[in-house]
Write a protein that binds this ligand. Structure first.
Ligand SMILES: N[C@@H](CCC(=O)N[C@@H](CS)C(=O)NCC(=O)O)C(=O)O
Length: 224
């Protein structure tokens, strides 16, 4: 499979991460997203008229939406990453795949404004990002009460990978993750998964880092 990729893009990293967790080799085609805007050249707009990265090509299949790429990777190489075991988990997975696009628009948009000096209403994007993070925090807190560490299930699914990168990189858009203890525990679980890979700003769980106190997390979550 060939991935048109930009190293600092959380959306591209989603696909690199999923492929690594599944052990699927990718051929990377680096794209000069910034400052070159190569993704907006006629050659690229012919591949993806929306002018976004990543793009995944697999034989005759060309995908431009990350949710579809995650489904394709998991269906081909790791069906355990799809929440197919019960209808509620399957519906929840779809819900969080759609939610991930809100994270791209809000947290990703704030990051593009703040880090890449893109024009945009930073304060409004930050507000939308914070609303999304609060929703995620409540869900993950409820999941922990059900003894489930992940969004749709007691095991990680493509829904977690869809949401993870933009959440972890929220501080690049000027949004702190300090008020969200359940989110911090969740992202820590993902950073410790076998096959986890890093990108600039997102690091593997370090063995020496302190275990978060789940009781302290519960108390704070009640105030969110
Ligand atoms: N359709 C994509 C959108 C991904 C996206 O927004 N990618 C950003 C980079 S992280 C992008 O290419 N933005 C275009 C631009 O800012 O010019 C998805 O499925 O998530």
């Amino acid at each position: 499979m060939k991935l048109y990729d930009y190293i600092l893009s959380p959306s591209c990293y989603k696909i690199r991460l999923m492929a690594s967790l599944l052990g699927v080799p990718l051929t990377l085609r680096p794209v000069d997203f910034h400052p070159g805007e190569e993704h907006l050249t006629p050659e690229f707009l012919a591949l993806n008229p929306a002018g976004t990265l990543p793009i995944l090509a697999d034989g005759g299949l060309l995908l431009t939406e990350t949710s579809a790429m995650l489904v394709h990777l998991a269906t081909s190489a790791g069906p355990d990453w799809l929440a197919r075991h019960d209808p509620q988990a399957a519906a929840s997975e779809q819900q969080w795949l759609s939610f991930a696009h809100r994270l791209t628009a809000s947290l990703g948009g704030a990051r593009l404004c703040d880090m890449f000096q893109r024009p945009g209403d930073l304060a409004s994007l930050q507000r939308q990002g914070i609303m999304a993070l609060r929703e995620l925090e409540v869900r993950l807190f409820e999941q922990r009460l059900r003894q489930q560490a992940f969004l749709a299930s007691d095991r990680p699914t493509i829904a977690d990978i869809a949401c993870f990168p933009h959440v972890v990189l929220a501080p690049d858009g000027g949004i702190s993750l300090d008020p969200y203890p359940s989110i911090r525990l969740w992202q820590r679980s993902i950073r410790g998964l076998p096959g986890f890979i890093e990108m600039p700003g997102i690091y593997r769980r370090h063995e020496l880092s302190e275990e978060p106190d789940p009781d302290a997390a519960n108390e704070t979550a009640e105030q969110v």
